[in-house]
Design a protein around this ligand. Structure first.
Ligand code: PLP
Length: 361
């Protein structure tokens, strides 16, 4: 047995959802479970998310298994339908859609159906310049949709919510606020709003509106630059472990791994760890990267390979079979992401099916 494991702590996920609710007591929570719940396994995570008000996914392919698994509350396709057929499917299966461009709008306005009209999440571009209608066109669009009987939620997305003082945040908030007020005055007082992702939930408590969209914070990584997950009382959900499968003594000048990138400057002992980039551990990490075993930091040396990585265990009480934590309760994923020049989101999404996966309640 290779002893490479991913443990998903469902009680931690449940706890983090409560933290999101605690930050936004007056808003409903849309739990972001796109990308297979940020790599955690969306269907398997459902039991921990029952107190979410709705789920959001990126596409139909992600939504269908959730409904098949018995999820009964709303599911939102956060990029909307990608074709008329998908819009028709969404209507017939009670899936809610974002509408962010003219083509989607045409499908909504021109497809007459007998189903209950799904709520539309009407996307406003407040400055991210990724998806959404401009402020000056959205009132007209909202009128057309409400005339057809659709309930609306105005939605927009921060570009820099993780950096509280970034000037674009105030601009985005001002645009969103103004448009929502106008829509409520000129179109319908029932129109709801949703602006905040995890970072916004923490950083912009006056902008929670009707719905917050909690993503990364559910999975126990920090959404903001200034505070750790621990400081935010978020609990780690994914623990990634492997084990030592071989130990070698090296002499001065001996090299380790592909490219002979690391060379022993003194006699040392190294351990070979049963994890590589094919499991989802990043191939390129900085020289200060380490894993943890027996409460010790084991520096990673040489190149991470497809199935293995190497660590310096000189002077440590480490044997073949010792478990090492790659990230988890002892080693926050945010730190590993920093070594890798990336963000926790990417690391979580890239863990593969090769390790043995376990769901713990
Ligand atoms: C539209 C939208 N809302 C909310 C989120 C959740 O963001 P976070 O994971 O930072 O909370 C995302 C994630 O990418 C998103 O695309």
């Amino acid at each position: 047995m290779r002893n490479t494991h991913v443990y998903i702590d469902l009680s931690a996920l449940k706890h983090n959802l409560q933290i999101a609710k605690h930050h936004a007591p007056n808003a409903k929570v849309l739990a972001m479970v796109k990308a297979n719940a940020y790599g955690h396994g969306a269907v398997e995570c459902l039991p921990a998310l029952t107190s979410a008000d709705a789920l959001a996914v990126a596409c139909l392919k992600e939504a269908i298994p959730l409904q098949q698994a018995g999820w009964q509350k709303p599911i939102v396709l956060i990029e909307g339908a990608f074709s008329l057929e998908e819009w028709q499917y969404a209507c017939s299966h009670d899936l809610q859609c974002v509408v962010h461009h003219k083509e989607q709008l045409n499908w909504v306005l021109n497809y007459n159906h007998q189903y209950k009209k799904p709520t539309i999440w009407l996307k406003l571009n407040t400055g991210m310049n990724r998806l959404g209608f401009k402020a000056d066109e959205i009132v007209d669009i909202a009128k057309q949709l409400t005339d057809k009987g659709y309930e609306l939620i105005l939605i927009s997305h921060f570009a820099n919510a993780d950096v509280k003082n970034h000037p674009s945040n105030l601009n985005q908030i001002a645009i969103f606020d103004k448009v929502l007020t106008t829509l409520r005055q000129q179109v319908s007082s029932n129109i709801q709003g949703s602006l905040c992702n995890s970072a916004g939930i923490v950083n912009f408590t006056n902008q929670h509106y009707d719905w917050v969209r909690a993503g990364i914070m559910l999975y126990g990584a920090t959404p903001i630059a200034e505070q750790t997950a621990d400081a935010l009382n978020l609990k780690n959900v994914m623990q990634f472990t492997a084990s030592i499968i071989a130990i070698h003594d090296l002499a001065v000048g001996d090299c380790v791994g592909y490219g002979s990138r690391w060379q022993a400057s003194k006699a040392c002992q190294i351990g070979i760890v049963s994890v590589g980039y094919a499991d989802g551990y990043p191939r390129v990490v900085s020289d200060d990267a380490y894993v943890i075993a027996n409460s010790r930091h084991l520096p990673i040396i040489g190149r991470v390979a497809m199935d293995m990585l190497m660590v310096d265990i000189t002077g440590m009480d480490i044997g073949v079979g010792t478990t090492v934590e790659l990230w988890g309760n002892q080693l926050p994923i945010d730190k590993v992401a920093e070594w890798n020049g990336t963000i926790s989101y990417e690391l979580l999404c890239l863990v593969t099916k090769r390790p043995d996966w376990h769901y713990l309640d």
